[in-house]
Design a protein around this ligand. Sequence first.
Ligand code: G
Ligand code: G
Ligand code: NA
Ligand code: MN
Length: 256
Amino acid sequence: FSIETELRRAIEKEELKLFYQPLINLKSGEVAGFEALARWEHEDRGEISPSEFIPVAEESGLILHLGRWAMDKAAHTLADWDRKAGKPLPLYVGVNLSAIQVARDDVAALVSSALKSSGLAGKRITVELTESSIVQDPARATRVFEALKALDATVAMDDFGTGYSSLAYLQRLPIDVLKIDRSFVTGMMVDPDSVAIVRAVLGLAEALGMSTTAEGVETVELATTLAALGCASGQGFHFARPLEAEAAFAYAESRR
Ligand code: G
Ligand code: G
Ligand code: NA
Ligand code: MN
């Protein structure tokens, strides 16, 4: 079978799973939320990385199906945790949306339907978009981002600093969070230029009233330095790897 056929069946067979990586408030140490990350446990081939199957899904158009599945699954998992806790938890879930979804699907309708069926408030969902979602069709991106804001969802710019978008978009589009790409964050340990870039992004975010997340926080030193520089939250192996839903819920509970 082609990887495409197999991927379609993997979704049906529930070989595809969402894992959840915590985002930590760097000031308080509390769990602020989780990023949902797709994982494919293939019955013969073992784990297949999303960096392998997401591009295939994008080329085949299957990303529209996968993307809807991920949004619904993530929302229902968070609603399930609320039920277990007996109250709405002060946590959000970040869901990645591909630029292909932004270009070809109605992503606001997709988020709206996940909110309705799960019963979550809009602010419980963070939509993680990349700069490539903007550059192809900025007018469309503007409408999409505004529709997401109308639902009260949070809009995060993923892998910030690695794409081709202009700073003018930051000014024009309703972006709530900049996620600083992990290449700059891990670079901070060895390269003064990366420190300068991270500082500059944090300053830019503050000036524009946006929040910040550092990806790739792999050491306690990075967590401490980023906190001192004013970065709001951090995500990375220092805190936790992406976890299965049950383990992620336990992680959040243990840190309350
Ligand atoms: O989790 P990992 O680092 O292996 O993810 C590799 C890439 O796959 C990352 O860029 C991540 O954003 C992307 N990815 C993981 N899950 C999803 C998903 O559900 N939808 C989309 N569009 N991308 C995802
Ligand atoms: O492109 P995106 O930012 O969505 O990618 C998320 C990916 O980064 C996930 O596949 C996740 O496994 C990976 N990741 C998360 N934390 C760390 C980290 O601290 N170090 C490294 N190298 N990768 C990480
Ligand atoms: Na992401
Ligand atoms: Mn990212």
